[in-house]
Design a protein around this ligand. Structure first.
Ligand code: SF4
Length: 328
């Protein structure tokens, strides 16, 4: 029987799952993915996580609980950096420890460090460390690694061609992202936007209103980098850079009618980046900006009302004010 490795359908699942899945499966390891987020999974996560954590980290704990009795190993890499000269949020570094100390009775956790900050870092060594748990054949590990990178590149290519990550990961079509009368930029972490439960399916809500939605993932990395480089100081958080660089780029596009920033309660990066975004928007263009804060208590009815009001306001302004605010 194949060894089973559990991968939580949370956090960087939305970024790197094709690579991880290919690597493990090439080594004849069976991947078990946690179920899609439900209220029960979220509640379990909240119950087993420290109060101070952000919503996505609490949810991650729920996905671990969903997997823990079904697998031989859990895959929770210790992610420090995914790009040279940059870091990702410190919560990712501590994630394996948080999980191990908060939840009892876990199977062994694969918590290999991934740190690409230095030019000398070598991703293959990291994969080799993981691969050695399942195979003593170094050629097989290298082949699995090469295929995994190729699969990840394919995934990224499809996203740049205009498909949302969740469409590729779950092989489904997200309802009609076609040209409508409005185009909205939806800025937020990939694990918030594409988790249907956590985001309260905001993508579909917007599409059903005939709105085209652009998310940071659909933009080219070079454009994001270019815009981030215009900031007076280097943005050394990879995900913060992506969010801010995207917002700055989209702000310069005439076609954007409004920006929604989806932030997680308890996220330091979001608190900082959303505020910077709002200031830049107010200074530059004054296009409608909506800050949607998500936490475990977010009520869907309240979000729907605010979203509808935001869209109505944009349409009203377009119709009656030639998009010039009547209030300054
Ligand atoms: S970036 Fe923010 S939302 Fe993501 S894990 Fe870190 S604190 Fe949580």
């Amino acid at each position: 029987m194949a060894v089973k490795v559990g991968i939580p359908r949370a956090l960087l699942y939305y970024e790197y799952f094709p690579m991880w899945k290919t690597f493990f499966e090439e080594l004849k390891v069976e991947i078990i993915l946690s179920e899609k987020t439900t209220k029960a999974i979220l509640n379990d996560g909240v119950k087993h996580c420290v109060d101070e954590a952000c919503l996505p980290v609490k949810l991650f704990h729920g996905h671990i609980l969903n997997l823990k009795d079904k697998v031989d190993y859990l895959f929770v890499p210790r992610l420090k950096s995914v790009a040279q000269g940059e870091y990702i949020c410190p919560k990712f570094c501590g994630l394996p420890d948080m999980v191990k100390f908060s939840i009892i009775g876990l199977p062994p956790v694969i918590d290999t460090e991934i740190n690409l900050r230095s030019p000398k870092s070598n991703l293959y060594h990291t994969f080799n460390e993981i691969g050695k748990l399942f195979s003593s054949d170094t050629y097989a590990i290298k082949t699995a690694y090469d295929k995994a990178l190729k699969q990840q590149a394919e995934f990224m290519k499809k996203i740049r061609q205009g498909r949302y990550p969740v469409e590729i990961l779950e092989n489904k079509k997200v309802s009609g992202n076609t040209e409508g009368d409005l185009c909205i930029a939806l800025i937020g972490h990939v694990y918030n936007i594409y988790d249907q439960y956590i985001s309260m399916d905001i993508l579909s809500k917007l599409h059903q209103q005939g709105i085209r939605v652009i998310t940071p993932e659909l933009l080219d990395d070079d454009i994001i980098q270019y815009k981030a480089d215009l900031l007076p100081k280097k943005m050394f958080w990879s995900f913060g850079k992506r969010l801010l660089g995207s917002a700055l780029h989209l702000l310069d596009m005439d076609r954007i009618d409004g920006i929604i920033y989806m932030m997680s309660f308890g996220c330091g990066i979001d608190a900082f980046v959303s505020d910077l975004c709002e200031r830049k928007i107010r200074r530059k263009k004054n296009i409608p900006f909506f800050l949607l804060t998500l936490d475990e208590h977010s009520g869907e009815a309240g979000v729907n009302t605010r979203l509808e009001a935001f869209i109505d306001m944009i349409r009203w302004r377009k119709r009656n004010e030639g998009n010039i605010s009547a209030h300054g």
